[in-house]
Design a protein around this ligand. Sequence first.
Ligand SMILES: CC(C)(COP(=O)(O)OP(=O)(O)OC[C@H]1O[C@@H](n2cnc3c(N)ncnc32)[C@H](O)[C@@H]1OP(=O)(O)O)[C@@H](O)C(=O)NCCC(=O)NCCS
Length: 147
Amino acid sequence: MDELRMEREADHRALTALYRDSGLEITEGWIRDNHPVFSVAARKGAMLLGAGTISRRFDRLVLDYLAVREEARGLGLGKRLTECCISYAREAGEDALWLAAREPGFYEHLNAKNTGDTALLEDCRRCPDYLRNCWPKELVFDLKETT
Ligand SMILES: CC(C)(COP(=O)(O)OP(=O)(O)OC[C@H]1O[C@@H](n2cnc3c(N)ncnc32)[C@H](O)[C@@H]1OP(=O)(O)O)[C@@H](O)C(=O)NCCC(=O)NCCS
């Protein structure tokens, strides 16, 4: 049986279908537009089960995308992927990892805090789902606090 591997993914493009199939807003030009700096992928054999991607925007590290394949949810993979992203940000010398979260409850459960601000939700405001079917929040992991 194949072991689960959590590995840095150099080819951000390889994650596009997973993010799109998971319902995240992702365009063909997301790599050009977002400038991702780090991706992590969870795989069993050749099967991609989940992934997360960090970009540098507004001079901050932002966890832009995180998704786990539907059949692999509820097993702790989302949490492990988030922890990998936090480790990357901390090792990069950052004090914080920011999010525009469409599932704020998930990240709040992992100790992210609501900033009360909306600067990172700029793209969300152009989306027809904004405050109709989707209630995103700007959150932050304080890396000085998170263990
Ligand atoms: C959100 C998502 C990544 C969670 O992945 P997952 O692998 O199912 O999550 P985990 O199993 O690691 O859950 C970790 C913990 O968070 C909790 N949790 C999971 N989803 C939650 C939610 N929506 N709200 C609150 N808590 C949640 C779990 O109960 C678990 O708690 P525990 O550690 O106390 O047992 C997954 O549901 C997903 O891919 N959703 C679609 C894409 C998406 O919305 N991504 C987030 C974009 S901001």
